[in-house]
Write a protein that binds this ligand. Structure first.
Ligand SMILES: [Zn+2]
Length: 113
């Protein structure tokens, strides 16, 4: 994953939101980060701080809310938590788990002032 690119996108969205709301600065953003998203939180935080420089989001905080991975078994339909994509179904042992959550990055909220 390209954390810096993601961070730049988030800063863009945060700045647009601040402008639209007539706010002077972005205080913080809240981000849901899926544990299966492949995004490295530390790299993202660093990228965000870098991308914020010189914008109304400079100095804004970033709050991360980890989202556990979830998968549905294609064999028996059981929903289980996933730590990696290679997890087998704990019920029937099938490797055919379909990821149903925790694989993405979502901007939950943007706080402006
Ligand atoms: Zn199963």
């Amino acid at each position: 994953m390209h954390e810096l690119t993601l961070a730049c996108d988030m800063v863009d969205i945060a700045c647009e939101t601040a402008t639209r709301e007539g706010a002077e600065r972005v205080e913080a953003i809240e981000l849901e980060i899926g544990l299966l998203s492949g995004v490295l939180a530390e790299a993202l935080i660093f990228g965000f701080a870098t991308a914020c420089r010189g914008t109304v989001a400079e100095g804004a905080g970033i709050e991360l809310f980890p989202e556990p991975g979830r998968g549905v078994c294609r064999q028996c339909g059981r929903i289980s938590s996933l730590e990696t994509f290679l997890t087998r179904c704990p019920e029937c042992g099938s490797p055919g788990l379909c990821v149903s959550g925790g694989d993405c990055l979502r901007l939950r909220a943007i706080r402006v002032s």
